[in-house]
Design a protein around this ligand. Structure first.
Ligand code: GN1
Ligand code: MG
Length: 349
């Protein structure tokens, strides 16, 4: 680890590194040096991101672009280059590492502690999407092809059920039946995307609350992080994934499903913040937002269940049934969405 850290152009010599954050894909550490400077070191998951050079071209271009748009440097991610001027380092085993400057005096939330926190995150993601409206989209690589192609996510689930390599399908029949019963919903946004009814934008695609850094003192959202999946997509994906994660009253991996429901006050608050900050959305896009929330919940539920059936090779897990637990919270949120659908529609009137 020391050899890796010392290959980057840090201010001072690294004296500590601690695991940081709750991401399910990359490994992340907070590094401190003897000058007091702090950094985020990440090992990029190249099982998920198959083409790291392209990924890092995107990341570097987006960081440079955003740096020209913000007032305060704490409002964008800043890559620290290696001593020989590269955006990332590849070690002898082929693992890839990158370093960002740590955003000082910031905090990361797993759960909104007040509607104001959630509003702030909505403004941050809405602003991010609006700003990237003038980013040259054709220069972006598709870091994970078909990332939000929900019909393909369904096909993956079916394949995992048929192969059943870990003999888990029988024990999760009710979950499988539930998700398969929603198959007809999977193509709704994809069809509108393919036909051009919904415009393609440069979107973040992974808009969990814990992918926003807040100022510790003012609680204002400072900076959107985890930009590995910035790609052309639909506004409804970004809106939807935030609702899925942040408007739930329970954690994504809450085991007690009685604690998991959809908080409509938070839902309304996020909608206000997002639509206000991203004031370029068409009427058709605004109409698509609540369905986006349903679809992102469905898609993540399917992905967690698929990963469980395939032996947990994609998302990090802390215990054997972790992915199954995650797929059950999404299932509960989908039931809640169904039950509250009319009230949700009222938010958009
Ligand atoms: C992953 O890396 P992280 O934890 O921010 C995943 C998202 C899922 C999310 C579920 C590249 O996000 O798509 O919605 O877990 N990222 C990737 O919590 O697959
Ligand atoms: Mg993350």
């Amino acid at each position: 680890m020391d050899k890796i850290i010392s290959s980057f152009a840090l201010k001072g010599r690294a004296i500590s590194e601690k695991p940081f954050g709750q991401g399910h894909i990359n490994k992340t550490w907070l590094v401190e040096t003897d000058t007091g400077a702090r950094y985020i070191l990440q090992k990029i998951n190249n099982n998920v991101f198959k083409d790291v050079p392209s990924l890092m071209q995107n990341v570097s271009a987006i960081c440079s672009y955003l740096a020209t748009q913000v007032q305060d440097l704490r409002e964008c991610l800043r890559l620290v280059r290696t001593l020989d001027g590269k955006d990332y380092l590849t070690d002898e085993e082929g693992s890839c590492f990158r370093v960002y400057e740590y955003i000082e005096d910031s905090i990361c939330l797993e759960k909104a502690e007040s509607p104001a926190d959630f509003y702030e995150s909505a403004v941050a993601f809405g602003r991010f999407q609006k700003l990237l409206g003038s980013f040259p989209a054709d220069t972006l690589h598709e870091t994970i092809p078909d990332f939000h192609h929900t019909p393909k996510r369904f096909l993956n689930l079916k394949k995992a059920i048929e192969e059943d390599s870990f003999h888990r399908a029988e024990s999760v029949r009710p979950e499988i039946e539930f998700y398969l019963s929603l198959k007809k919903e999977a193509s709704v946004l994809q069809d509108k995307r393919d036909s051009g009814v919904l415009p393609l934008r440069v979107t973040h695609n992974d808009t969990k609350l814990n992918n926003v850094m807040f100022d510790r003192t003012t609680r204002k959202a400072l900076c959107v992080v985890d930009i590995d999946t910035v790609m052309p997509g639909l506004a409804a994906y970004d809106f939807g994934d935030s609702i899925r994660f942040g408007a739930s009253t329970g954690a994504e991996d809450e085991q007690d499903l009685s604690k998991v429901s959809l908080d409509l006050e938070l839902y309304r608050t996020y909608t206000d913040g997002f639509v206000t900050a991203c004031d370029v959305l068409t009427d058709e896009e605004i109409k698509s937002l609540p369905f986006g929330a349903k679809l992102m919940t469905l898609e993540n539920g399917i992905r967690f269940l698929t990963d469980y059936l395939e032996g947990d090779h994609y998302f990090s897990i802390a215990y054997p049934e972790h992915n199954l637990v995650r797929s059950r919270t999404q299932l509960k949120l989908l039931q809640e969405t169904e039950r509250k659908w009319d009230q949700i529609q009222n938010i958009f009137k």
